[in-house]
Design a protein around this ligand. Structure first.
Ligand SMILES: CC(C)(COP(=O)(O)OP(=O)(O)OC[C@H]1O[C@@H](n2cnc3c(N)ncnc32)[C@H](O)[C@@H]1OP(=O)(O)O)[C@@H](O)C(=O)NCCC(=O)NCCS
Length: 165
C-alpha cells in the first residue's frame, strides 16, 4: 500500500494494519494501560469490545511482530462512529504509526458507510489533539470536568468531529 509507506517517517520500521480479533484482547489491554488513562481496560472487557459487532477494530504491527504495537476501537451507530480509544506503544511513538493506524481505520469506517466520526480527547493531550487535527478532525464542543484523573483532579474533554467524504 503506497499511501501507507508515504505516511511512514524515514527510519521507522515497516508496519502493517489489520482488524483485531479476541485473541488480541490481552495485548489491547496491555497497550491501553500504556495510554496513561485513569481507568485501565481489563482483558475481559477488551474481548467483549472486540467481539461486539458494533465495534470496529484496527491494530498496527511493526516489522514482523505478530502482536500489535497499537490499536484503535470505534463504536458504530447508523452512519456515525465514535472512536473509543487509540494507543500506540510507548516504544513506538513518534514513528508515524498513530497517523497510519487512524488513516487505515477511517478508511475502514468510510467503507462501512460511516459519514461522521466523533471522539473525545482530554484537554491538554497535545499529541492526540495534534494527531486528530492533522487528519481533519475539528473541535465541536467541550465538557467541563469530564475526566477524573488519577491524582484526584478533573480535566475537560474536547469533543471533535470529522465528516468523511
Ligand atoms: C496519541 C498517540 C496515539 C499518537 O501516536 P504516535 O504514533 O506517536 O503519533 P504519530 O507519530 O503518528 O504522529 C502523528 C502526529 O501527531 C502529533 N503528535 C504525536 N506525538 C506528539 C507529541 N509528543 N507532541 C506533539 N504532537 C505530537 C503530531 O502532529 C504528529 O505529526 P508530525 O510528527 O508530523 O508532527 C500516542 O501518543 C499515544 O498512544 N498516546 C497515549 C494514548 C492517548 O493519549 N490516546 C488518545 C486518547 S484520546
Amino acid at each position: 500500500m503506497d499511501w501507507l509507506r508515504k505516511l511512514l517517517k524515514p527510519g521507522a520500521s515497516p508496519a502493517r494494519t489489520g482488524m483485531l480479533d479476541v485473541r488480541f484482547a490481552r495485548h489491547v489491554a496491555a497497550l491501553h494501560h500504556q495510554g496513561g488513562f485513569a481507568r485501565g481496560w481489563e482483558p475481559g472487557e477488551c474481548a467483549a469490545l472486540i467481539a461486539d459487532p458494533a465495534v470496529v477494530t484496527d491494530g498496527i504491527f511493526a516489522g514482523t511482530d505478530p502482536h500489535p504495537c497499537g490499536f484503535v476501537l470505534s463504536r458504530k451507530a447508523a452512519d456515525e462512529a465514535e472512536i473509543l480509544s487509540v494507543v500506540i506503544a510507548r516504544a513506538h511513538r513518534r514513528e508515524g504509526l498513530g497517523r497510519i493506524l487512524l488513516g487505515a481505520h477511517l478508511n475502514q469506517l468510510a467503507r462501512a458507510g460511516i459519514r461522521h466520526v466523533y471522539l473525545e480527547v482530554e484537554d491538554g493531550n497535545r499529541p492526540a489533539e495534534q494527531l486528530y487535527r492533522s487528519l481533519g478532525f475539528r473541535e465541536v464542543g467541550r465538557r467541563q470536568s469530564y475526566y477524573a484523573k488519577s491524582d484526584g483532579s478533573r480535566a475537560s474533554a474536547v469533543t471533535m468531529r470529522l465528516d468523511l467524504a
